[in-house]
Write a protein that binds this ligand. Sequence first.
Ligand SMILES: NC(=O)c1ccc[n+]([C@@H]2O[C@H](COP(=O)([O-])OP(=O)(O)OC[C@H]3O[C@@H](n4cnc5c(N)ncnc54)[C@H](O)[C@@H]3O)[C@@H](O)[C@H]2O)c1
Length: 260
Amino acid sequence: MSLRLDGKNALITGGASGIGRASALRFAQEGANICVADRQAAAAEETAGEVRKLGRKALAVAVDVSNPQQVQTMVERAARELGGIDIVLAAAGVSAANYGEGPIESKFLNELPFENWRKVMSINLDGVFLTCTAVAREMIKQGRGGRIIAISSGAAKVPLKGSGDYCVSKAGVWMLMKCMALELGRYNITANAIGPGVIDTPMTKEMQSDPRFERMIKRTPLKRIGKPEDVANTALFLASEEGSFFTGSILHPDGGVIMQ
Ligand SMILES: NC(=O)c1ccc[n+]([C@@H]2O[C@H](COP(=O)([O-])OP(=O)(O)OC[C@H]3O[C@@H](n4cnc5c(N)ncnc54)[C@H](O)[C@@H]3O)[C@@H](O)[C@H]2O)c1
């Protein structure tokens, strides 16, 4: 059987960890060359090394996706060094302003400092806007179509107490994909969102020790937490020929929890 992404080039932000890393490896197994971009430079290099072991081209780029100049440089490097970009997966994100800096500070919106709100928006929403629009300009120039995929969340639909900034950023990502789908269809470029349920990555390690986590799994029809590979396979579908008639959609790899 032929590989599903044979010879395609993919840029993946957040590729150093969790969902982005699993997607980089899954795409590479299906024949894609990968630009692994992340603010964690050493871990991005490690993912790129794993991609090379699978026999594909890979480069690692250190980037803060909320910085317009760094994002532009990332996209130019990926296009130049891989020979164009066919797929972008925008997976870089944070669950709160202090994500990665200690225990998560969960605050109700009326207590949330404006700078926390701005930080989450600048990474989760501005970062996806900057990444996907810079890649779209490149794809239009190349003239060979393309696939834009952004990791939103079930939180785009379901409000979560104490995570209002995150929920709003992810609802914005979903609407961004719908607007891009409308505007880019004429170039044969699709734009879709993925809204995962709870997935076993560093982002959910802290919540997995909370008693509410067990109750959440009980409420999940499939009775388990998701694996990063569940999301990677969803992204693979949207990036592959099988997904070519999807645009402006959101798919939920979530074990059935979000519908309730
Ligand atoms: N894990 C879940 O349950 C879950 C559920 C729904 C959505 N998501 C979303 O999936 C995406 C991936 O998250 P994950 O669960 O794999 O977590 P993760 O922490 O393992 O991965 C997130 C990656 O994004 C990178 N990153 C963060 N800020 C960045 C910045 N400013 N510039 C560049 N890179 C940056 C981090 O370094 C990390 O490698 C996120 O957008 C997250 O919101 C996760």
